[in-house]
Design a protein around this ligand. Structure first.
Ligand code: SF4
Ligand code: SF4
Length: 393
């Protein structure tokens, strides 16, 4: 399957059209016809998750989400909208960087031992409904996994590209959705990551609410996206459509649930012994939810398993978390034994030392870690408490 890489901006490809529900359905059908497995936001177990989508009927029409620290509820919204909810518990990383992967298998063969690496086919995914914060998260993981160069990369580091991630990423077709509504825990605006997708997509949709029927401004961001858009039923977008789309995004920006304090990285770096760390540690359960739902967290561990005969062995890589004690285990013990040290490690890495490592923030303001923390710990609130204490000093 041939495809071109998404551009970093959309100005070079001005193609735009208005799609209705039939057009959205045709988009999904065209992607499936081109051999993509379409993954999109749909309702399962009381949440919007990222599952296979076969038609527009599978999308989460008329649902919006209420989100706050430790709280997530779906409630009825405008039945003519498919994307007025915001991000759910899952991010696209589970499709680009699966929670469990076989690294290699070994088989005893007479007196020898044969090691094989799995030759799994690369899935061709079309991601439908990627929000700006999650596009930014993909760009962050591109740096982490060696797909994109960055100023923090040391000499020779390009040799360590994660080949599985790189292959999945290159094969993916991305349909972004610009947000017309902000969730209660969103703070992408203050992170410079949303609510409008800045680039890195093949197509971008902006839902135009209030039309009485479903309507989407579809804009191409790559040659592949433009070619696909040209095949869809729709009509040319006019200046008033673009103005309506811009107004929708600005509405989301104006109602952003939270904001990160400015210069959070240096702020945390000079406050490593702040008493607030002990306060948050007293609440933190070290459950690791925040790292599992985060679209940029990438820590893993490896596990070996053998069958009972000892003739077959497998090495697996699976997601792990800096919130587990064992994660920092080196000879003799774990470095981060206290909850304080683990929470501080996570938050300072996200907002501060990630810059030194990868030349970017490790947080895009998606808000998932706030919503899915069982005790409602809020990364923006923790940063603000330290920020405000400096003002009082
Ligand atoms: S740290 Fe929290 S808000 Fe930031 S990207 Fe991760 S889950 Fe989203
Ligand atoms: S901050 Fe919340 S989600 Fe993260 S480990 Fe602590 S209790 Fe769990």
């Amino acid at each position: 399957m041939e495809r071109t890489a998404p551009t970093t901006g959309r100005s070079a490809l001005p193609e735009a059209a208005i799609l209705d529900r039939e057009g959205l359905d045709a988009l999904i059908a065209a992607l499936r016809g081109d051999g993509y497995a379409v993954i999109g936001p749909r309702l399962r177990d009381g949440a919007i998750v990222l599952d296979p989508v076969e038609s527009a009927d599978d999308l989460s029409w008329g649902l919006i989400d209420e989100q706050d620290g430790g709280r997530y509820r779906l409630v009825p919204g405008d039945a003519q909208t498919a994307f007025s909810h915001t991000v759910g518990p899952q991010s696209w990383k589970r499709h680009l960087y699966p929670p469990r992967q076989t690294l290699w298998t070994g088989r005893r063969d007479g007196r020898g031992f044969t090691v094989e690496t799995p030759a799994d086919p690369v899935p061709h995914h079309a991601f439908l409904g990627v929000r700006a914060c999650d596009l930014a998260a993909m760009a962050v993981q591109d740096r982490v996994f060696g797909v994109a160069p960055h100023e923090g990369r040391s000499a020779g580091q390009e040799r360590f590209t994660d080949s599985g991630y790189a292959a999945r990423r290159a094969a993916a077709f991305i349909v972004a959705v610009n947000c017309g509504r902000a969730g209660g825990t969103c703070f992408c605006d203050s992170m410079g990551a949303g609510p409008k997708a800045a680039g890195g997509y093949d197509l971008a949709l902006t839902e135009l609410p209030g039309c009485g029927t479903p309507a989407f401004l579809a804009e191409a961001g790559s040659a592949t996206g433009a070619a696909l858009l040209a095949r869809l039923p729709g009509h040319a977008a006019g200046p008033q459509d673009r103005a309506a789309a811009d107004a929708s995004v600005e509405q989301a920006r104006a109602h952003m649930g939270r904001a990160m304090v400015p210069d959070a990285g240096p702020l945390l770096a000079r406050n490593l012994e702040h008493p607030r760390w002990a306060e948050v540690a007293a609440r933190c359960l070290s459950c690791a939810n925040c790292t599992m739902v985060c679209p940029t967290c990438f820590c893993t561990t490896v596990e070996d398993t053998t069958d009972l005969s000892g003739d077959h062995v497998e090495r697996w890589r699976r997601w792990d978390s800096c919130f587990t004690v064992d994660f920092s285990y080196i000879h003799g013990g774990a470095i981060r034994q206290s909850g304080l040290s683990r929470y501080r490690q996570w938050m300072t890495h996200k907002l501060s030392s990630w810059w030194e490592q990868f030349g970017t923030s490790g947080c895009t303001g998606c808000g998932r870690c706030i919503t899915w923390c069982p005790v409602g710990i809020d990364i923006t609130e923790e940063a603000r408490a330290i920020h405000d204490s400096e003002g009082r000093g």
